[in-house]
Design a protein around this ligand. Structure first.
Ligand code: ADP
Ligand code: MG
Ligand code: MG
Length: 203
């Protein structure tokens, strides 16, 4: 099973639907341990993605992800814009010239995780979106195909696990111990992204 151009566009359009539905919730999560704009940031960027991608012609999956990265970088803003932008750009670069089968997708997410770590100067356990992306990479290493349901499950468990973490990166780090008992907003939006992928692959 390979991810093709049309599915990649559908994936991003579906991700936008989720972000729009959960816009207020994402901002509410960010109000608790940040500055309350994560839903607004994501909704602005992903709306532009959904408006743009379906009206363009793409040669390969890499090109869809490159366009996505460009829009995210210019429209999302905050800390999450450059971070998501890096993740999509790394996935684009890693898939250039390839069909996206399970092996390639694992490499793409691997490159995204490396990019997020570099860009965010962060690692696992610091209560950031890396805490969802990295467990998704782990599950991709275990399976040979792009298994949407396994990805969704892993992302969901990982997103919930950020609740018990103390933030040491991003705005939430200012709260120290008080950042505990709250979900990390960027991990929740990352979960929506992988949930959207799972739903796209179901079809
Ligand atoms: P801002 O904090 O600038 O307002 P957002 O609210 O849009 O930006 O995004 C916040 C999210 O970005 C956090 O919930 C976290 O997941 C992610 N994040 C913040 N800083 C980092 C970092 N240094 N490394 C990785 N992810 C980070
Ligand atoms: Mg914020
Ligand atoms: Mg902000």
């Amino acid at each position: 099973m390979e991810l093709d151009v049309r599915q990649t566009v559908d994936w991003m359009v579906k991700a936008n639907e989720k972000v729009q539905e959960q816009k207020d919730y994402l901002s509410q999560l960010d109000r608790a341990i940040g500055d309350g704009d994560h839903g607004i940031n994501m909704a602005r960027g992903f709306q532009e993605i959904a408006n743009t991608l379906p009206n363009e012609e793409f040669e390969e999956v890499s090109d869809v992800l490159k366009k996505t990265a460009t829009i995210v970088m210019s429209k999302v803003g905050g800390a999450s814009g450059p971070l998501y932008g890096t993740a999509f750009l790394k996935m684009s670069m890693e898939s250039k010239g390839s069909n996206v089968d399970g092996e390639t997708f694992e490499k793409m997410v691997g490159a995204a995780v490396e990019g997020l770590k570099q860009r965010g100067k962060a690692k696992e356990g610091e209560k950031t979106m890396i805490d969802v992306w990295s467990p998704v990479l782990d599950v991709l290493k275990e399976v040979s195909e792009i298994n949407g349901e396994k990805i969704r499950e892993a992302a969901h468990t990982a997103m919930e696990a950020t609740k018990d973490m103390v933030a040491t990166k991003g705005r939430a780090a200012y709260l120290k111990e008080r950042s505990k008992d709250h979900l990390d907003p960027g991990s929740v939006s990352s979960y929506y992204l992988f949930e959207a992928l799972a739903e796209t692959l179901e079809k």
